[in-house]
Ligand binder design. Structure first.
Ligand SMILES: Cc1cc2nc3c(=O)[nH]c(=O)nc-3n(C[C@H](O)[C@H](O)[C@H](O)COP(=O)(O)OP(=O)(O)OC[C@H]3O[C@@H](n4cnc5c(N)ncnc54)[C@H](O)[C@@H]3O)c2cc1C
Length: 471
């Protein structure tokens, strides 16, 4: 009894600012450790709200995110409401569909509903008696010296709250991060890519999915692309990624249809002409920002996680997964360093910054891969080579996508290994090709053929090689 009273008086207050995906999960991690957790969220409770504003309707959940959910007992609940996607399904201009698997048989990513995931995490956080959720609390200002935060509410009132540790999970435009910007030796960069995104809905046909649901559908068109992820209600959410100036060139319903006829003709009957004409103009295209910063902490008072620390472009499907993994990494360091904030916070910065910066760069790279490289026969050939080598030597050669999506290999180590593997495989292919050429020349010299008969097949072979190299 006495011991538990002592624990009560000693209990430190952790304020999690932002009750989005990462904030809600983080609340569970801190509550599990016994801290008094106060979550402050700008929006009203999304479990009660009629309209939930979010940045995308669905998200791809993969290994890192699943591991983070597992540690708070949430994995099964979320996975059971997700739709497995085993491969990318590439749609050519002619409407031909070709799958490119994500990994080995049985490996898949999951399409999950963003709003449902957020609601489930908030409900889970609330099951801990030492957690309070404070909605309609917008952080206006805070002091890194005292830990005093000022919140404003929609009725104009404000209140002040003190905490031992402030965890900034308030997203890409973090109010917490603003204090960091005023301090010396804080590195910060923010890049808007010239592309925006727009979401369109593909309804079910006769109560069934309009396309095969076990895939992430991609229409790669080199400088832009459309993707589609399945939802539980049998719709697909299609996201069109395109340079803003291209979006702006389309100003009438007929121009939308003309554009789709040119680039996504197979999607027109599936989305519907009227829906396309209407939905294209419902909301303007949204911007995408990449934010990198360092350090992630101020003294023993404040730490940034999730998009507040590293907003990344969405092309590797890793923003939320990386944010969820932040929670695991922080928790592991808390364990190693006995929850001593003055040691934990700098160690977290040291460990996590290189990984988050690596996935930010990879996400930028993957945009080119998704919209352009997947059209190249050489790229598809190399994917097959990587997969075969992975099957033969599973510990030596691991495709980059596998390391990022299906393992918890540190992001920066995955990038280093990828560069090394690429060098080795390309050299191997070159040596193999050179060996085959020397062997062929030797055989030809030994048994000179009738040259006239060879010209046709040699020309065909050359054409094929050229076709492999051109995208
Ligand atoms: C189009 C698109 C597709 C994506 N697809 C994927 C995907 O497939 N897989 C994936 O892993 N990631 C994906 N992401 C990235 C993912 O959405 C983010 O990484 C994730 O939402 C980050 O969660 P967060 O909690 O850090 O930030 P957020 O989700 O932005 O949550 C921040 C919360 O803080 C609150 N807040 C903000 N300011 C204040 C304040 N001053 N006071 C109090 N509260 C405040 C906000 O209301 C919000 O609830 C995608 C992103 C986009 C844009």
């Amino acid at each position: 009894m006495e011991e538990s009273a002592d624990r009560q008086t000693e209990r430190k207050v952790v304020a999690v600012v932002g009750g989005g995906l990462v904030g809600a999960l983080n609340a569970c991690y801190f509550a599990k450790r016994g801290f008094q957790v106060e979550v402050f969220e700008n929006r009203e409770d999304i479990r009660k709200a009629k309209i939930v504003k979010g940045r995308s309707i669905n998200l791809a959940l993969s290994h890192r995110g699943r591991q983070a959910l597992k540690r708070v007992g949430m994995e099964e609940k979320i996975v059971s409401k997700g739709i497995p996607m085993h491969a990318r399904m590439i749609h050519s201009l002619t409407g031909k569909q070709s799958p490119i698997p994500y990994g080995k048989k049985g490996q898949y990513i999951l399409s999950v509903d963003r709003a449902n995931l957020n609601k489930e995490l908030l409900t889970e956080a609330e099951t801990y008696p030492n957690t309070n959720l404070n909605f309609d609390h917008k952080l206006q200002d805070w002091s890194a010296e005292t830990g005093l935060m000022t919140f404003v509410r929609s009725d104009g009132s404000s209140n002040q709250v003190q905490a031992d540790l402030i965890v900034g999970c308030d997203g890409a435009f973090s109010a917490i991060r603003k204090q960091f910007l005023r301090r010396s030796r804080f590195n910060y960069s923010q890049t808007y890519i010239p592309h925006g995104y727009m979401e369109l809905t593909m309804p079910p046909i006769d109560g069934e999915f309009a396309m095969k649901p076990g895939f992430l559908h991609i229409w790669p068109r080199n400088t832009f692309m459309m993707i589609a992820l399945p939802n539980l209600d049998k719709t697909f959410t299609c996201t069109l990624f395109m340079p803003f100036d291209e979006f702006e060139k389309i100003t009438t319903g007929d121009e939308v249809i003309h554009f789709f006829q040119n680039y996504f003709p197979d999607a027109i009957p599936l989305i519907g002409v009227d829906a396309l004409k209407r939905d294209y103009f419902r909301l303007p295209a949204q911007a995408m920002v990449s934010v990198k910063c360092s350090p992630y902490h101020i003294g023993d008072k404040c730490v940034l996680m999730g998009d507040a620390a590293h907003a990344i472009v969405p092309f590797y499907g890793q923003g939320m997964n990386a944010g969820f993994e932040d929670c695991i990494v922080f928790d592991e360091i808390m364990e190693q360093l006995n929850e001593d904030f003055s040691a934990v916070l700098p160690e977290y910065t040291r460990v996590r910054v290189p990984d988050d910066h690596a996935i930010a760069d990879l996400a930028m790279y993957n945009y080119v891969e998704m919209r352009a490289h997947v059209n190249s026969k050489w790229f598809i050939f190399r994917k097959h080579v990587d997969n075969v080598l992975h099957l033969l030597m599973p510990k030596t050669i691991i495709p980059l996508y596998t390391m990022v999506t299906f393992t918890r290999t540190r992001y920066h180590q995955a990038v280093e290994r990828w560069h090394w593997q690429d060098k080795v495989i390309n050299r191997g292919l070159l040596l193999g090709a050179a060996g085959a050429a020397v062997g062929g020349a030797y055989l030809l010299a030994k048994n000179p053929p009738d040259v006239g008969k060879l010209v046709g097949p040699a020309e065909k072979m050359w054409d094929r090689i050229l076709a492999l190299k051109t995208p």
